[in-house]
Design a protein around this ligand. Structure first.
Ligand SMILES: [Zn+2]
Length: 212
C-alpha cells in the first residue's frame, strides 16, 4: 500500500476506521486485507464487513474451516481469502461470475448439501448512503478522483448497515478421484476428468498460448 498513488496510507486508513468506531480486530483484518489486495479498494472494504457478518451469523471464528462461494470475481474474493481463509488454492473458494456483490459461507458437512448463509449488498439500504449508491451503480456521477475519500468514510460509517442476509442451501462439491492421462498432442499429463475428448484443455478449448 503506497501513499500517494491511492492517496490512502495505512495511517489514514486506521484513522478513518477509528473515527467510524470499527472494532479493533476488524480494523486489523482490514489493514491486512488492504495490503493483500495492494490498496484499500471500496469493494474489499465492503467485503470485510460482509465476511465479518457471515462469520457471526454462522457463529464461528475465522480459524474455522469454511467453504465460500463468491458471486463476483472483483475485489470480494480477496475478503474471503483473508478473513475466512477460503482460497482458490485450498479449494474452499468458488467464484461464480454472476456479477453480484454477494457471498455464501458454510461450515464443512458430510451431506450432499450444506446450509449456508448468504450475505449481500442491499440496494434498498444503499439509499441512505448516496456515495456508495453512486459507486455501486457505476454511475457517471461518481468521480473517483474527488469522491474516493468520501466513499471510504461512508463505507466505514455504514459498516453492516448496507448488508442483508438470508439462509440458503448449497450443493457440496466432493473431491473427485482421478488418474493421470497423457495428452497425445502435447505429451503433458492432466487428470482424466479434465480431458476434452482426445486431448488436454490446452490443446483444446482452453488454449491460451502459442509457442514462440
Ligand atoms: Zn495437450
Amino acid at each position: 500500500m503506497q501513499a500517494g498513488h491511492h492517496e490512502c496510507s495505512p495511517e489514514a486508513l486506521k484513522a478513518g476506521m477509528k473515527k467510524a468506531g470499527i472494532k479493533p480486530d476488524l480494523q486489523e483484518q482490514i489493514l491486512r486485507l488492504s495490503e493483500f489486495h495492494t490498496y484499500p479498494a471500496p469493494g474489499v472494504l465492503i467485503g470485510a464487513f460482509m465476511v465479518d457478518l457471515a462469520l457471526e451469523l454462522l457463529g464461528v471464528s475465522m480459524d474455522r474451516k469454511l467453504y465460500a462461494i463468491c458471486e463476483t470475481p472483483k475485489c470480494l474474493p480477496d475478503a474471503l481469502q483473508i478473513l475466512a481463509r477460503c482460497t482458490t488454492g485450498n479449494n474452499r473458494l468458488r467464484v461464480v461470475p454472476i456479477g453480484k456483490f454477494a457471498i455464501t459461507l458454510n461450515t464443512p458437512t458430510e451431506s450432499e448439501t450444506a446450509d449456508a448463509v448468504r450475505v449481500y449488498v442491499d440496494l434498498q439500504k444503499l439509499k441512505k448512503f448516496p456515495t456508495i449508491d453512486l459507486w455501486y451503480a457505476n454511475s457517471p456521477a461518481y468521480d473517483r478522483h474527488t469522491m474516493k475519500g468520501r466513499l471510504r468514510d461512508e463505507i466505514f460509517r455504514a459498516g453492516r448497515d448496507i448488508l442483508s442476509f438470508e439462509n440458503v442451501r448449497v450443493p457440496v462439491i466432493k473431491k473427485k478421484k482421478w488418474t493421470s492421462v497423457t495428452c497425445p498432442c502435447c505429451w503433458e499429463t492432466v487428470p482424466d476428468y479434465l480431458f476434452q475428448g482426445d486431448r488436454c484443455g490446452a490443446c483444446g478449448s482452453m488454449r491460451y498460448y502459442k509457442r514462440i
